[in-house]
Write a protein that binds this ligand. Sequence first.
Ligand code: NAD
Length: 418
Amino acid sequence: MPDETNPFENFQTQVKTAAERLELDDGVIEYLTTPERVLETNLTVELDDGSLETFEAYRSQFNDARGPYKGGIRYHPWVTREEVKALSGWMVYKCAAINIPYGGGKGGISFDPGEYSETELERITRAYAEAIRPIIGVDRDIPGPDVNTGQREMNWLKDTYETLENTGAPGIVTGKGLESGGSEGRVEATGRSVMLTAREACEYLDRDIEDTSVAVQGYGNAGSIAARLLDDLGARIVAVSDSSGAIYNSDGLDPRDVLDFKSETGQVAGYSGADEELSGEELLTMDVDLLIPAALENAIDRRLAEDVSAEVIVEAANGPLTTGADEVFADSETVIVPDILANAGGVTVSYFEWVQNRQQFYWSEEKVNSELEVLVVDAFAEMVDAYESHDAATHREAMYLVAIERVMKAVEGGGFWP
Ligand code: NAD
């Protein structure tokens, strides 16, 4: 009996479904759904009070047929080997879908960073950087940020690597601060691709974005920026949530004001501009045109999917729908813009950052945003073409068809060796 909440099984089902439509052999499907290697390590770190604590940490290198392994580092108590494997696999097909020359990887440490001081977080990050140093490299594996990591952690990672390697190598990691070799537009990039794909989906469905109500689950980096950029396009953000709860205003919330409130208080619950507070589940099933899950995996399962009423779901998070939920939506009118396209803005601008680091020539924010828009709009059109030409069951399957064909072309070009 498959476990609906195992993200790695969900990932494998998604790839297999598309690979079977392409009539690939079982051995090839096994290759496409299996990581090349997973480093599992334990980091023993001294805490501020002098005691020692050991943290489980991982780096999964899934596939590098199209370029160096690429993927973020997550700090969260739910990080497991299975989750890291799934996230690294999604990176392979995300980079192929958006058509940047990377493979897929992902890493993580299983702990709650909120319970540690900044000096402890620095020691944990530097210990992790030291542990993965033998397997990463500017042309081999390039980490980046993910849930609960950002510029600060990426700067520490780069500094540790460069110090131990006795070299300058800003392209070893992306998502750095601007002064440490980061790119303009990187912080906003994931929310921007969510906005762009939502805009393209509205056009595809002949829907006026200015007449679209939006609910966002997860008011962090991806969710809050997507909300702000969609508000700029004229959409009405009626509900947002974070781990503290959900808030609702039928006339629309001001996303900037909500973010200011969250920055001050650490939560969206209690925001004075809301008419009503909702439960997280009520937000996901409310009567809204566009739903953006932007928190973590498995937000919507089969049971909840039956009650979702949104016309479009744009997956800002990785793997927010279980396979059970996917089956429910495949039989409904709801259009899903899959994670491997919707949130690909983050890795795409990471790629631009890496290119700028290597050329030592830095782009303006306008250039970053316009190059990103071209890739997102092209990939959306390729997904729609594949949906029609392959008679795919879902837009997710269609995007995987495009991505798998690209990975297979690279594999066939190089062949299997030895
Ligand atoms: P983040 O930590 O900035 O934000 C996550 C938000 O989700 C937080 O506000 C948290 O309170 C909220 N949350 C957690 N559990 C929740 C729940 N049950 N209900 C409602 N809210 C909940 O993280 P992020 O960087 O925005 O990442 C969010 C998702 O987007 C993840 O799946 C991540 O892998 C994906 N993603 C992020 C990027 C990026 O560049 N940041 C790129 C690609 C994909």
